[in-house]
Design a protein around this ligand. Sequence first.
Ligand code: TYD
Ligand code: MG
Length: 469
Amino acid sequence: MAAVKSKTVFVCQSCSAEVLRWQGQCPQCGEWNTLQEQRSFKASMNQRSGLQASLAPTSPEVVILGDVNAVESPRQQTGIQELDRVLGGGIVPGAVVLLGGDPGIGKSTLLLQSLAALVVNPSKLVPVLYVTGEESAQQVALRARRLGMQALPIPLLAETRLETILTVIEARRPLVVVIDSIQTMYTETLSSAPGSVAQVRECAATLTRMAKAYGISVILVGHVTKDGTLAGPRVLEHIVDTVLYFEGDTHSSFRLVRAIKNRFGAVNELGVFSMGESGLREVNNPSALFVSRHPQPVAGSAVMATLEGTRTLLVEIQALTDEAQTGPARRLSVGLESSRLSLLLAVLNRHVGVATGHSDVFVNAVGGVKITEPAADLALVLAVYSSLTNRPLPPNLVVFGEVGLSGEVRPVQRGQERLREAAKLGFKQAIVPMLNLPSKKSGKNTVIDGIELVGVDRVEEACEWIKQQ
Ligand code: TYD
Ligand code: MG
């Protein structure tokens, strides 16, 4: 053990400097409390035993890229279509997936349900292992009972010591392993507490090596702390193959699982679920969820078509402008980027001549969805314009387009798909960037899929069209 300790180094989380002894202040960058224990790479390779030793690299081998037999192994379906969709069509053997999200959002529930789907059919039973470090076996069994699946043969291991877990995996050779959660695991080769950056990173790195060596798919659960950094899954994002995040408003029953990084599929792919009395239910056609149907047209509401991976969603953007009562005018955005809001208010002022300097402006994407693509710009501008002028947009109007600083409306990708989705939901008119119109010859106003298209080049044209309705 003494030999292990002497090879331990402390790495500054701010400047990556390495020192041999812990101290409060980093000698290189001068930051306080940034030194974290980490085993030197050589030490971690030399000290491994059993399964870990077999994971250490043997003789190095250089291969010619063209000679590598790059056959894709078939993906393992998780039994939950929405999860398979976010993973890019199922889980790849040997892939390591990190499922992050706030505590209580439904990570354990989703994974238990998907393991249940893998063992439900005795003739196609996939060997799995559920390692729980957070809850006892009884607690997991209680959840399983609530989900109506207590009789299913899911192997469960309540353990937090990594070495024991590796021994069990070696003996059982499951194809899919769930580690719930990575923050509760610890390896004896480090003396720091479970949940520290060093422990989380070391445990995840060892599990990743194991996954690659044996072709076992591993799903790591990770909690996001409030700031999203401290010992949280952020330090793991570069180690793992796929990062999924659970999003959604804990007050509503909808839960979104989004792929932030995926070596085996599209990023930003979205899976939609709703949390009910008996667990998570898949929502296969979620487009209408994020649009509230108003009995009468209301000012300050615009519906946009947004792309989430391969999926098109219609989302209502709401804006409320009100005279600022005291102090400087407030800007608040929920589900949309606040820097984008300030920028678009400036565009509205300069190019349309509508000032918001003395008004509070609040904007919201309905349903707890987060939109980061600039295609939301035009809908946001029109929602604010509509609220300021107290002029509702026509019902059944959908809007998308990126707005530039000079007031130009730029085209967005996959405009046709967005329109098709809107047509399916009965939208009749669309304001779109001129360059998104199917062909230049078709003129400013064309009809596709039953939707009358209004092409615009500039924001003022879009506002003018609204004014004339
Ligand atoms: P959980 O899956 O334990 O969340 P996490 O692992 O991300 O911390 O639990 C999610 C929440 O969902 C919990 O507050 C209870 C609730 N829940 C339901 O509403 N219905 C159910 O069937 C289950 C199992 C949980
Ligand atoms: Mg949990």
